[in-house]
Design a protein around this ligand. Structure first.
Ligand SMILES: Cc1ncc(COP(=O)(O)O)c(C=O)c1O
Length: 381
């Protein structure tokens, strides 16, 4: 069976659209500077990582050995001894966040989950699915959690174990919640370390902070219990993916032995993508840590350049420390549509990811358009 000429044309046109737009994304946290061509030959296999990569599955077309190396890499990046950690390659940041919340709820069935107003929209869905009691905490103007409000809410519920959903980079402002302040609040409210759970949502910034000179606290060494990162964001991949990493002891609580697959089930889904662990492994292995650091630092410098240029041109742009998300008042619809910018009533942002390093013309064009908007008072906000 062959595709009809019409269907072939449809595919051809779509391919052209993809080629045209590949490097033009400046509004969403997605890098396009990847090349997985060496892996294309694996598309002919039905790869499936059902179960635990550490076990011996009955299905041979798995990429467990690669997934294991991916997890070893992230254990090092997020500062936890590999032997005491466990995690897996997910379908993206949302699954990792759900997994973190699931482990937390199993640990503290009567806990309360606290997350800020600036938290990614999927968390509302996660607490509904998991039926976790929760409180929404106010945010500070820069997007960080409002520590006073958090303290107030925790003190009101002193008989229930706190589960903190901390943002290691919010979606709109790239704001990083201060884990040290959060830990002090918990301590001052009378909670010992084994009486609360701290999950880090590091969807985008999880692959920025390990490469900067003075990162905010983000790792297991800083007291987190689990962390979720997206693979298609800062790293870049043609298929949405991510990793979730936690402490082995928490996972043992939810592990179920399954005869059918001759493996332990510790993940959320049954069948799991076998290609994405291969991609993440390839991304990790095909550049040195120094090259990764240079790439991240170039992105950060370009974001600083954008803030400076916009400020020079009268646009009140700003960004949070160690973030490549540049925030400014929401421009006119023609501008946010032209560049595919995510926006709210008040603010929009541009995001510097890997491919933008070689696309400064697009950034300059956007800066000029924003300046014209500013001059003609076209800004909505
Ligand atoms: C802070 C944050 N958390 C979670 C997510 C969800 O990640 P994913 O789209 O990989 O599921 C995003 C996506 O933009 C995000 O910005």
């Amino acid at each position: 069976m062959q595709l009809s000429a019409q269907d072939q044309q449809l595919l051809h046109d779509f391919f052209q659209t993809c080629k045209l737009n590949q490097f033009n994304n400046i509004g969403y946290p997605v890098s396009a500077d990847f090349n997985y061509q060496e892996l294309e030959k694996f598309w002919q296999f039905s790869l499936n990582n059902c179960g635990d990569w550490a076990g011996k599955a009955n299905y041979n077309l798995n990429t467990f050995r690669f997934e294991k190396e991916v997890m070893r890499y992230f254990a090092e990046k997020f500062q936890i001894p590999f032997e005491t950690s466990w995690g897996y390659v997910t379908n993206g940041g949302t699954e990792g966040n759900m997994y973190g919340c699931y482990l937390a709820r199993e640990r503290f069935p009567n806990g309360i989950l606290y997350f800020s107003e600036d938290t990614h929209y999927s968390v509302a869905k996660i607490v509904k699915l998991l039926r976790i009691e929760h409180r929404v905490v106010k945010s500070l103007p820069n997007g960080e959690i409002d520590y006073d409000d958090l303290q107030r809410l925790i003190e009101r519920n002193k008989n229930m174990n706190p589960i903190i959903f901390a943002n290691i980079g919010t979606t709109l402002y790239g704001a990083i919640d201060d884990l040290n302040k959060i830990k002090s609040i918990l301590k001052n409210s009378g909670f010992q370390k084994d009486e609360y759970y701290l999950h880090a949502d590091a969807a985008f910034h999880g692959m920025i902070l390990p490469f900067v000179d003075s990162p905010q606290p983000y790792a297991f060494a800083d007291g987190i219990d689990s962390i979720s990162v997206s693979g298609h964001k800062m790293i870049g991949a043609p298929i949405p993916c991510g990793v979730v990493l936690t402490k082995k002891e928490y996972v043992e609580k939810i592990s179920v032995a399954v005869d059918y697959i001759v493996a332990d089930d510790k993940t959320i889904t049954g069948s799991r993508n076998g290609l994405t662990p291969l991609m993440l492994w390839y991304a990790i292995k095909s550049s040195t840590e120094q090259e990764k650091e240079i790439r991240v630092k170039r992105c950060l410098r370009l974001a600083e350049y954008a803030v400076e240029k916009l400020n020079e041109k009268g646009v009140p742009a700003w960004k949070n420390l160690n973030s490549t998300i540049v925030v400014f008042p929401t421009p006119s619809e023609s501008v946010w549509r032209k560049y595919g910018l995510a926006n709210t009533v008040k603010h929009a942002h541009l995001i510097i990811t890997g491919h933008m390093i070689d696309n400064i013309e697009l950034l300059d064009q956007l800066i000029d358009d924003l300046a014209v908007d500013m001059e003609s008072c076209e800004f909505i906000a």
